[in-house]
Ligand binder design. Structure first.
Ligand code: 5AD
Ligand code: SF4
Length: 474
């Protein structure tokens, strides 16, 4: 069947995204909704009739970056008073109407669950008003919307499997900006992924704030179930006939992996509190599920973890990594770390460093603690670690990670990896770039290869984070 052609309305949309992969994935939903009403997307904001910026609130500096970017659009709006500027995403949700008061050039403020309403909000602005929708939903997953792949390489894509977060980590603004956790219908996830494969894509990353708590039983809220039932379903300990009514993340991962052996499957983000061995066993069973886990630790100190309300101790985190090593030897591992959370002592900090060393992370995302208004930490604890101490501790964490990454990268020299070709390498047009299963970037001569091909690459040398090699036959 040929889809009916969309009648263009002659208007152009410029969309810019900040923050996590989920936000970039949301922008593809926004693009789909607006192209559905006749908009074309443009990469040049000077050409745009509507500018949307999809924002992040995770740390104060993320918000400052957005504020600075809005200044660039100010000049444009002076020249073209009809230009519509909208702020989407987490900052919109956090600041709500305040945004309209503080930034006069902003016409639309739309939170993460209101994107179906964007065409109406645009209409409202066209009739001379400002427009706001920051309602959070308990059901919205945009399951039926087929994302427009923005800036895609045609090989790798993100597929969102759930929205929101119920974890309530003390430092984190996400539960407030993205609302309650809800899982997307697995059938729609499999259908979207199959279509990607049929369109030539060869890798999907399944996205959720906490993929391990994914649970589908025909829709509805987790709170409608007894907590014991949720726990048992997530851990696959219900009697078989009852368990069959639920789809857990392990089940979903398996369904997606079965679409085609040439489709690589990745996922993010795992949560140490919820990650089950069932997920690890599915990963072991399917060659096409990449052997790489992003497992944020945040701190190596049990005292800090408790204060952060992370729901695990240092020992329990270590136990999760031991399971990974046992079930998936050689699995790539990365993490998130926060330095200088409320009341963090030098001993707490040393525990973070020693845990990093023990884990030997391939990669880390490392941050200074940034107090977010409205969070439990902001309400209950003083942000009492000086900027100077936060910075110094962060630098020690960054320096250690650099050593660990170098060791991990060097271990790859002499190995042969199966690599999915993604596109030209950043540094040379004669070289291509892709990643191995463990998520390390691999660069190799172009030959006759094209994006979407699989190749075996023998690694000859490396830089700090990149493996460089030659193509060998299968
Ligand atoms: N300050 C600093 N880092 C934070 N993160 C989340 N909230 C904060 C905050 N208030 C980090 C965590 C999380 C990652 C996405 O961002 O490490 O895992
Ligand atoms: Fe924030 Fe915790 Fe949810 Fe991650 S899991 S988004 S750190 S609340």
């Amino acid at each position: 069947m040929v889809a009916p052609a969309i009648e263009l309305n002659g208007k152009k949309l410029f969309l810019e995204s900040y923050g996590c992969q989920m936000n970039f994935s949301d922008s593809e939903i926004v693009a789909s909704i607006l192209t559905g009403t006749g908009f074309e997307t443009t990469r040049d904001f000077g050409q745009a009739d509507v500018i949307f910026i999809n924002t992040c609130s995770i740390r104060d500096n993320a918000e400052q970056r957005v504020r600075a970017r809005l200044q660039d659009f100010k000049k444009l709006k002076k020249q073209n008073p009809g230009l519509i500027v909208g702020v989407l995403g987490c900052m919109a949700e956090r600041l709500k109407a305040k945004f309209l008061e503080e930034e006069h050039l902003v016409d639309i403020v739309a939170g993460p669950d209101s994107y179906r309403d964007l065409p109406n909000l645009i209409e409202r602005v066209e009739s001379g008003q400002k427009a706001l929708n920051v309602l959070l939903s308990r059901e919205e997953t945009y399951a039926d919307i087929s994302p427009v792949r923005l800036g895609s390489n045609g090989v790798t894509a993100f597929v969102s499997i759930m929205r929101g977060c119920d974890n309530m980590c003390a430092f984190c603004v996400v539960p407030f900006t993205r609302g309650r956790e809800r899982s997307r219908d697995p059938e729609s996830i499999v259908a979207e992924t199959r279509e990607l494969f049929n369109n030539g894509y060869r890798e999907v990353t399944l996205l959720g704030q906490n993929v391990d708590s994914y649970l589908w039983w025909g829709g509805g809220q987790k709170k409608e179930l007894e907590p014991e039932t949720v726990h048992a379903a997530l851990h696959h300990t219900l009697p078989a006939d009852e368990q069959a009514r639920y789809t857990t993340f392990a089940d979903l991962l398996e369904k997606v992996a079965q679409i085609h052996p040439d489709l690589r499957v990745r996922f993010s983000t795992s949560n140490p509190r919820d990650m089950t061995d069932a997920v690890l066993h599915v990963m072991a069973k399917y060659e096409n599920i990449c052997k790489y886990i992003h497992l944020p630790v945040q701190s190596g100190s049990t005292r800090m973890l408790e204060k952060m309300n992370r729901g695990y101790t240092r020992e329990q985190y270590i136990d999760r990594i031991e399971s990974i090593r046992r079930i998936l030897p050689g699995c790539g591992l990365s993490t998130d770390i926060i330095s200088g959370f409320c009341s963090e002592t030098e001993e707490d900090h040393q525990e973070t460093l020693s845990l990093m060393e023990w884990a030997g992370y391939h990669f880390s995302y490392m941050f200074k603690y940034s107090e977010r208004p409205g969070t439990a930490a902001a309400k209950q604890f003083a942000d009492d670690i000086s900027e100077e101490v936060k910075s110094r501790r962060l630098q020690e964490i960054v320096d250690l990670q650099q050593l660990l990454s170098a060791v991990r990268t060097k271990e790859g020299v002499g190995q042969t990896y199966r690599v999915l070709v993604e596109g030209p390498s950043k540094k040379s047009t004669e070289m291509l770039s892709g990643r191995n299963s463990q998520n390390t970037v691999v660069v190799f001569p172009k030959g006759d290869l094209k994006p979407g091909d699989y190749v075996n690459v023998k690694i000859d040398r490396c830089t700090a984070a990149t493996l460089i090699g030659t193509v060998v036959s299968a």
